[in-house]
Design a binder for this molecule. Structure first.
Ligand code: TPP
Ligand code: MG
Length: 333
């Protein structure tokens, strides 16, 4: 499937105006959050790594809104800030984690890649490529033994398909009927390596099908398409208690991490093409065409979101650093 050949949203009327406005706010929040985060990295408030989710917002919005976070769980990879926002973690606690503050969601000891909130059923980002897959299979197995029909959702990149744990996890999840939804976020690159240079098969879904797992591709730029697929897949999984594999086709706007300019492995033409199908732009155009919101209202919403997030940055920056005495607390020794 070439998502770039589809110029506009698929436009399913099943989503109400209220839902679409909520999705727009969420996508704008993620986009603005990442821009503020990168700004604060450059200002020296954040050290280490920063992997932006900008460009990939519709994938998280479509899937996480379809989850029931009273009974479902997420296991994530390191590109995790947007997902933390979507499960309802206060942005000041996410910024505080990035700033290494005690009020951070992981007590300021995890940083960008290791956000964690059991309370929000968010079982962590992970700096190890593929590291979440077997954990997600295990969580799914535990959920299968409980009466609530819960599902574990695992997000990972195209690069994770090249790890051994991908094959082990798919095999056991299929064999033991584990209700884990494996979402491979194919943003075309694993660091600077293009997907056709690291995957022997051009269709990533084919790599999961070998384990007898149901698969599908979804246009990750189109929030309607993601939301529709998510609702249908969750229904199937709750009824059938089976794993599922989705390849979400999308693009990351920034380099792999904040230190990567991406200019040595991809061109401006490719970037421009994907920006032409930006998930926020597509939804915005749809809302204006359908007279759900005016351009002015959308700009006002963007400013409101930015204003709110700036206050969260200030709150996080004023928070204290962790107590050195807590250094080994929450650490398995
Ligand atoms: C096991 C392991 N091998 C290598 C790395 C180094 N590494 C960090 S990110 C990355 C690329 C992963 O790309 P992908 O899975 O496509 O995710 P994306 O960054 O595109 O979201 C690599 C190779 C690592 N962190 N862990
Ligand atoms: Mg990738």
């Amino acid at each position: 499937m070439s998502v770039q050949s589809q110029p506009s949203l698929s436009g399913r009327p099943s989503l109400s105006a209220k839902t679409l406005q909520k999705y727009l706010r969420q996508m704008l929040t993620i986009r603005e959050f990442e821009q503020l985060g990168e700004r604060e990295f450059r200002n020296g408030l954040i050290r280490g790594y920063y992997h932006s989710y900008a460009g990939q917002e519709a994938v998280g919005v479509g899937f996480i809104n379809a989850m029931d976070l009273k009974r479902d769980y997420i296991v994530d990879h390191y590109r995790d800030h947007g997902h933390c926002l979507l499960v309802g973690i206060d942005p000041s606690r996410i910024f505080a984690e990035l700033f290494g503050r005690a009020s951070g969601v992981s007590g300021g000891k995890g940083g960008s890649m290791h956000m964690y909130s059991a309370e929000h059923h968010f079982l962590g980002g992970d700096g190890i490529v593929g590291g979440g897959l077997s954990i997600a299979a295990g969580v799914g197995m535990a959920l299968r033994r409980q009466p609530e029909d819960g599902i574990c959702v695992c997000f990972f990149g195209d690069g994770a398909l090249d790890t051994g744990t991908f094959h082990e996890s798919m095999n056991m999840a299929s064999l033991w009927n584990v209700p884990t939804l494996f979402i491979c976020v194919n943003n075309l690159y694993s660091m600077g390596t293009r997907v056709n240079e690291h995957s022997s098969l051009s269709q990533l879904v084919d790599r999961a099908q070998g384990y007898g797992v149901k698969t599908e591709q979804v246009d990750g730029q189109d929030v309607f398409a993601v939301a529709e697929a998510a609702e249908r897949i969750f229904k199937y999984m709750r009824q059938n208690k089976r794993p599922y594999f989705v390849e979400a086709l999308t693009y990351r706007y920034q380099g792999h991490g904040i230190h990567d300019k991406a200019s040595n492995y991809r061109g401006v033409e490719e970037e421009a093409k994907w920006h032409g199908r930006d998930p926020i732009k597509l939804l915005t155009e749809y809302l204006i065409a359908e007279k759900v919101m005016s351009g002015k209202q959308i700009e006002a919403l963007r400013s409101e979101v930015l204003h709110e997030l700036e206050a969260k940055v200030a709150e996080a920056a004023a928070a204290p650093l962790p107590n050195p005495a807590d250094l080994t607390k929450d650490v398995l020794l």
